[in-house]
Design a binder for this molecule. Sequence first.
Ligand SMILES: *Cc1c(COP(=O)(O)O)cnc(C)c1O
Length: 427
Amino acid sequence: MNTLIQNLRERDQAVNWHPYTQMKTAGEAIPIVSGKGVYLYDDEGNKYIDAVSSWWVTLHGHAHPFIAERVFQQLNTLEQVIFAGFTHEPAVRLSENLLQLLPDNQGKIFYSDNGSTAVEAALKMCVQYAYNKGQKKTKILAFKNAYHGDTFGAMSVSGRSVWTKPFGSMLFDVIFIDTPARENLEDLKIQIRNMASETACFIYEPLVQGAAGMLMYTADDLSELMKCCRESGILMVQDEVFTGFGRTGKLFAADHLSEMPDIMCFSKGLTGGTMPMGITSCSQDIFNAFLSDDKYKTLFHGHSFTANPLACTAALASMELLLNEDTQAAINRIGEQHSGFASVLARHQNVENVRQTGTILAFDFKTNENTSYFNEIGKILYEKFLRRGIIMRPLGNSMYLVPPYCITSDELNFIYQKILEVLKEDA
Ligand SMILES: *Cc1c(COP(=O)(O)O)cnc(C)c1O
């Protein structure tokens, strides 16, 4: 084996600062030398099932040859071009294809680099929408426990937590409301109506609050809140960065809802997990509010790599795979297998709050401590699964599975067995 690869662990520690990682106690990062389908291979030849789709991005498995081939062709044709004053086939086609699949009211696509920037662009669209119309609406509404990203605007609309604490005084004020349930719906609607005149938008993760620990609520309850927002003139920003592209069992969480959002945010699965890219889509009405002879009504927002042709190409290839009958069947099959295992878990004495939406399965490991990201139990469980050849990243004592759609029935059953094994060990 190449000696450079052999000491990757030490070289990494000498130069790299990893995300969401306490570098003092984290220990060496595992060098991954290749990926194939649902597996990742480390420098010692061990293989791991990527049960979290590498932070929820990988849809069709690692190093997918179809996506690789398309990106390679594009790389030899046009790798990048400024997207102000210029355009290109992959961006036009991707926007056309995506708009075909999104709710009918979505009319325009705005490109950026990642989920956080897709959210930033969405917030700016909403606040400037009001500004351009001469309305005084600057308040923003969000759910408690929300997670919308790590840049300042995205942090501001995320629930206040240990993650945002050092920046507390620098985050703009946001009104946080509970996620909807039958009991509080009427109360939430009253809160929404009361602040309608000053509120620019409501931003939410539809159906599943991912980073909060895969907390779920129903499509019917959300649809009711959305209806209330629409009637109150509050713009809706639906953050589908995580839920988009099949995760919830349908193409988009929007497909479960009876109301349409004004703006939608995408990233993560957008390119099948191949390349970074963010998208903010919006209704024609929002777009129209920026059309003016007054150049100050322009949306002054953009990133160097806006609509990068390679990322657009990866997204086109990934969407082609996603719409394939076999992938759709796999998504349904994963959902069915999950619900079978959910009923096994529900009867388990060490398990509580079993929940599932499509290909996302989550449950809490019963513990006396508080559920929080810093709970030691998360780290212990992480290592137990790693030793068994499975990558899971519990959020506190919440464990979840978000597998790539290429995972086989046997591979899923293997993970389920290992979960039961670990639960037994800790009984
Ligand atoms: C991950 C995530 C983001 C942020 O995306 P990044 O690409 O990590 O910046 C935003 N919203 C939701 C719902 C997410 O899950």
